[in-house]
Design a protein around this ligand. Sequence first.
Ligand SMILES: CC(C)(COP(=O)(O)OP(=O)(O)OC[C@H]1O[C@@H](n2cnc3c(N)ncnc32)[C@H](O)[C@@H]1OP(=O)(O)O)[C@@H](O)C(=O)NCCC(=O)NCCS
Length: 159
Amino acid sequence: MNINYVTINDCNELDRLRFIKFVYDNTDSFILNTFGHVWSGRNWWEKFPIEVCTDDTGKVLGLHAYTVNDKAQYTLKTYYIVTSKESRGKGVAKLLIKNAIHKHKDRIKIYYVNSDIKSQGAIFYKKWFGNNFNTAKNDFNSEDITFKEPIYNIIDGQS
Ligand SMILES: CC(C)(COP(=O)(O)OP(=O)(O)OC[C@H]1O[C@@H](n2cnc3c(N)ncnc32)[C@H](O)[C@@H]1OP(=O)(O)O)[C@@H](O)C(=O)NCCC(=O)NCCS
């Protein structure tokens, strides 16, 4: 199976609802399900186009919504990364993140992400980046772990 990597520069309201449903169908996390609200509410569909991986039939395997140099300089920040339940563990999330970093590498230095300590994201990022993270209480009676990873560790590294 080929995995295609697509930037969604143009999408109509129905496409947006399909992407929002993809997130809804593939995570139980309340925080991740705020995706539609955040991307539409901030008018980010055009400013920060999401990227997806699809299979050859066009079926979405994973979705990555991120900003570049928004609040922090030289920083790509992942807000939402979700892969379909059937395609987990096949490298789709890593591919989405690596491709995004590669695409913007001339204007960023840092990859930033935070994730609830109890989430699958926390397991995924710890496995990839190791124990170099900070923790802080979040608004959901839990803790976030935050990674600020220099991009040369990601695009030049073996991981
Ligand atoms: C977290 C998530 C995006 C990972 O997606 P994925 O496509 O399965 O990740 P990858 O296949 O690229 O994983 C890369 C590595 O992490 C490992 N990994 C990923 N999720 C893991 C998990 N829950 N437990 C153990 N290992 C995991 C993979 O085995 C793989 O290891 P390898 O590089 O040694 O082969 C996916 O589980 C998901 O969508 N979860 C629900 C939403 C979520 O929690 N998003 C993160 C919010 S920040």
